[in-house]
Design a protein around this ligand. Structure first.
Ligand SMILES: Nc1ncnc2c1ncn2[C@@H]1O[C@H](COP(=O)(O)OP(=O)(O)OP(=O)(O)O)[C@@H](O)[C@H]1O
Length: 256
């Protein structure tokens, strides 16, 4: 049974001048694949940025393994959570392998040392089909290849939790399925994944639980079959659509 709570969000509120996150509460259990969906501007990235301590909540509390994130050092947080941001533009011409190796920094006992675990590095690059690109400069890669480098860096960081903003953004269908299959296997071995999605059918296939956001609030949360339905999605996205069940596997599939 996947019962141990790993990430707990309690009555979280936060404001930008023209947007507020309002009283958000939920729990993510160990070994679960937790999806967050919702329209552009509904607050998904803002919520993740608070978990990552990029900014401070106005009120409420976030605990990771029972620790208030505001009390965790950045290094400790990086030992617990690997974060894949929505956009990433390195300031220098790093190679693919240098960027992935940076995922090893939080594992080092020394300040700013980058340990290299060669076998793990090769396996991780193979997982995202980028072994032959290891010496390439990151900025010369396509959008989907760059995304896979960042996914590889998060895997190599070897943390119990991965948080990804638009996890499969830029990935073609084959690469998206390959990455999601791999991450799903990791959850079966106890890793916890939290990811935002715009492709709701992919979210429904892979996630154990999905939170649906609208206007800074969580308006539904539960198993894919409980929240991926016509009423909720039509209301959230403001379009007419239908939801059917996959004929063999049972998960909800969007028809537009
Ligand atoms: N730095 C900022 N300063 C002011 N407002 C911001 C800032 N960052 C985001 N916002 C606003 O907060 C709201 C929520 O943005 P957020 O990026 O969290 O949405 P999202 O659900 O991740 O959207 P998307 O699906 O487009 O990535 C938006 O209205 C956005 O304009």
């Amino acid at each position: 049974m996947k019962t141990e709570t790993i990430v707990k969000i309690e009555h979280l509120s936060f404001s930008y001048p023209s947007f507020s996150l309002k009283d958000v509460s939920f729990e993510v259990r160990k070994g679960s694949f937790f999806g967050i969906i919702g329209p552009n501007g509904s607050g998904k990235t803002t919520l993740l940025s608070l978990i990552m301590k990029f900014q401070k909540p106005k009120s409420g509390k976030i605990t990771v393994y029972g620790n208030d994130v505001l009390r965790l050092s950045h290094k400790k947080l990086a030992q617990l959570i690997a974060y894949i941001a929505q956009d990433f533009n390195p300031a220098y011409d790093f190679t693919v392998e240098e960027l992935v190796e940076m995922g090893g920094i939080p594992r080092s006992p020394h300040f700013f040392e980058t340990p290299v675990y060669e076998e793990e590095l090769e396996n991780t690059l193979k997982t995202v089909d980028l072994l032959e690109y290891r010496k390439r400069i990151f900025s010369t890669l396509s959008g989907g290849q760059q995304r896979r480098v960042l996914i590889a860096r998060a895997i190599y960081q070897n943390t119990p939790i991965i948080i990804a903003d638009e996890l499969v953004n830029h990935l073609d269908l084959g690469q998206a399925i390959k990455v999601l299959d791999y991450l799903k296997q990791l959850t079966e071995r106890g890793k916890t994944i939290i990811g935002t999605f715009h492709d709701i059918t992919l979210a429904a296939k892979y996630c154990d639980e999905i939170a649906v956001m609208k206007d800074g609030k969580i308006i539904a949360i539960g198993k894919p079959l409980d929240v991926v339905n016509r009423e909720i999605l039509s209301n959230v996205y403001g379009v007419s659509l239908n939801v059917i069940r996959h004929p063999d596997k049972g998960y909800p599939v969007i028809l537009i």
